[in-house]
Design a protein around this ligand. Sequence first.
Ligand code: F6R
Length: 605
Amino acid sequence: MCGIVGAVAQRNIVSVLVEGLRRLEYRGYDSCGVAVLSHGEPRRARSVSRVSDLDAQVRDTHLEGFTGIAHTRWATHGAPVTHNAHPIFSRDAVALVHNGIIENYESLREMLRGKGYEFVSQTDTEVIAHLIHSMYRGDLFQTVREAVKQLHGAYAIAVIHKDQPHTVVGARQGSPLVVGVGQGENFLASDALALAGSTDRFAFLEEGDVVEITLDGVKIVDGEGVPAQREVRVVAAYGGAVELGPYRHFMQKEIFEQPRAITDTIPQGDHFDASLFGEGAADVFSGIDSLLILACGTSYYSGLTAKYWLESVAKIPTQVEIASEYRYRESVPNPKALVVVISQSGETADTLAALKHAQSLGHKHTLAVCNVATSAMVRLTELAFLTHAGTEIGVASTKAFTTQLVGLFVLAVTLGKLRGHVDATQEAAYLAQLRHLPAALNSVLALEPQIIAWAEEFARKENALFLGRGLHYPISLEGALKLKEISYIHAEAYPAGELKHGPLALVTEAMPVVTVAPNDALLEKLKSNMQEVRARGGELYVFADADTRIVSEDGIHVIRMPEHYGLLSPILHTVPLQLLAYHTACARGTDVDKPRNLAKSVTVE
Ligand code: F6R
């Protein structure tokens, strides 16, 4: 999704801006650009190719300046063509970059056309640039404060004016923006990761904030226009984490990092304790009667998996909703429910809006299961469980998902204990299982060569069905999502028992049917469902636990999972599905880490 970098320094900052964009590349974009103030004039370079192409352009044209802004754009309004790429100029005086969507841009455009402004792009962003130009009376900070009052929608912006050579002004509402604090130089970015290498000191702006950065100062006012201080925090973990190492893609690296990520996420100590979720969690947990989980995409599937754990281990009613649906439907709030948001980034616009919606309905108790400690979601919720996946670069979520599952399992056991459904023996057994998980995962990763052989077959298909039952149904959903998003093969997942109610009509010899077959209570039922597929000529590709007695035969291909892993089995069964999607995508030659049309952090609605 779109990314912003801005800088004011006493050195040429073009390389800092371009490096910042490079660090944001993983989020997905279709054009990019940079603008600097050079000898009192804004100059820019823009590209509909990669940041490396932009870099070549700025070198060729000797683009240099001490003050500048840069952007990666993920098109919403207007095609990804050069004239829509940011920075957007207004009358060669204002240069502006924008993340988000301005909902009232049409009425603003008419108003500005009436004032003689000519529009050269199809973006909603251009209205902001012209609006600021039209209102400018010598003080950019003041102008932006006034101008943003006229914007409806979500935005993070960074803007420069030719008359203020050492100033960048930013504002945020609904899209993230951070200030990077340096020595005699200051920065803005949509994600602190962009500024790794330039600073490790960050102030996270809040909704409605407008900020001015100069060489030696940072001035912030809040949405009410009141001067505000935002705590400057040292965030050291950003550097270096984005190296690919020996892997072919970040997705592959991140799949193989899962044993480490899970080890880091499993709590230390001998007990599942409410304090793992933050101060006051014990009180909150003892007063709740249900859970409402809100999330999107892969994170939604971790919520669906957690529902099985929460209802079976903690015996607490749990509802899981797609965040973008929840926020727009009339629901019946239950103040005794704990609202749980699950998110890798902690900045997903739909999940954030759903959280705020829940809060506005009177939900007091909120918990974030999140991978980014400094994210908006963690800051907005009462409690938090941080996953320690580390930076996830591949657009397709892998280690973020399995570490979320670990966090949610810890939540289920913790609540089960507090509610008297988990005794000390069970607690010790769950902890032992968690601790053994990384080793079990390594055995699953060792199946890669067998999965590569299957991927060669899958690469020639255009459709696939995924089947799972019970606790593993959400895992089949996740497997289908992984396959479709990176290989572009149409894939759907069904609870296996549902097959005969419609989707069986799709099954022919041409349809591969991936089956998640753990050795659990539903195994015999699942075997019957597999026979239904086989009887219609469907080719089964089965990930079967040891002891399932499912064997390879005509039309049934089996990869044997090392061991059955009880309640934590969904975590193990996720990994071969990730590898299958990954190697199928490689065999088809897609852009695995940056699949078409997708973005890593979805900060627009
Ligand atoms: C799929 C994927 C997405 C995200 C979704 C939510 O592989 O990564 O479906 O899971 O966009 O993102 P977060 O977890 O950052 O809220």
